[in-house]
Design a protein around this ligand. Structure first.
Ligand code: MF3
Ligand code: CO
Length: 249
């Protein structure tokens, strides 16, 4: 069941989402060769406290951290560790909080130092596919319009869409209906309505879309070792179009 949010509830979600945007912007400034994802986790968890928020991820199915750090061939749900990042790495950071009863969730992929043209292209295309999807998040469109926007954008540029993980509705829970695959058929699926809040999150691979989970039972990696990128925004559908709640303000 899809839970529509009232204007007042959206005001509350805007606050949670803005905390997420601020912390991710701060993290972006910290990412450089030599820094560890453990240090990024410490920053994210300290900032969460400063904003009187709670981590959306820590404790979720026993996830141990407030930040997901997924470098290079890691797709999502990578665990922070004390290995320094190197120039040439790409790093996906996924972060969420709950504030005043509502969740916000967003992700970015950041180049570390100087990266290859291929890595840079993967990052750009993945981010652009998110905005292509968001532009379809309007009243009267259907969920398949969002999903297919990602798929068309990405596949026509030679990359592949991860099938095994999806975006989601978000509100008083981190994961609400509907599930939002990053592939689909235009005109299919539920009709989009004002007050729907969606976490749209393309996970895009350089080579095959196939993924596997490491023995830590969290880290998702590409099966072929190729690079992967991830961008996510929490978006509300309004009478005047999509509003990106995790846009930095
Ligand atoms: N953005 C991811 C999601 O919506 C983050 C979840 S990480 C977890 O599923 F640790 F909470 F699972
Ligand atoms: Co999410």
């Amino acid at each position: 069941m899809i839970i529509l949010k009232s204007r007042r509830e959206i005001d509350r979600m805007r606050i949670a989402s803005n905390i997420v945007a601020k912390v991710l912007a701060g993290l972006r400034l910290l990412v450089c060769p030599g820094v560890t994802t453990y240090e990024l986790e410490q920053y994210a968890s300290a900032e969460t406290l400063k904003h009187n928020a709670k981590s959306a991820f820590r404790g979720y199915h026993n996830y141990p951290s407030s930040l997901c750090c997924s470098p290079n061939n890691q797709v999502v749900h990578g665990l922070p560790n004390k290995v320094p990042l190197n120039s040439g790495d790409i790093l996906s950071l996924d972060f969420g909080v709950v504030y005043d009863g509502f969740f916000g969730d967003a992700a970015v992929t950041i180049p570390v130092g100087t990266v290859s043209a291929a890595a840079s292209r993967l990052i750009t295309v993945t981010e652009e596919s998110l905005y292509a999807a968001i532009s379809m998040a309007t009243i009267g469109n259907r969920l398949g319009d969002i999903s297919s926007a990602v798929q068309c954008y990405v596949e026509s540029r030679g990359f592949s869409v991860v099938r095994d993980f999806v975006g989601h509705g978000i509100g008083r829970s981190l994961h609400e209906d509907p599930q939002i695959p990053n592939y689909g058929v235009p005109g299919k699926g539920v009709k989009l309505k004002a007050g729907m809040v969606l976490a749209i999150e393309p996970m895009i691979n350089e080579k095959s879309h196939d993924v596997k989970i490491l023995s830590d039972n969290w880290t998702v990696v590409t099966s072929d070792g190729g690079l992967s990128a991830h961008f996510e925004h929490t978006v509300v559908i309004t009478e005047s179009g999509p509003e990106i709640l995790t846009w930095l303000k």
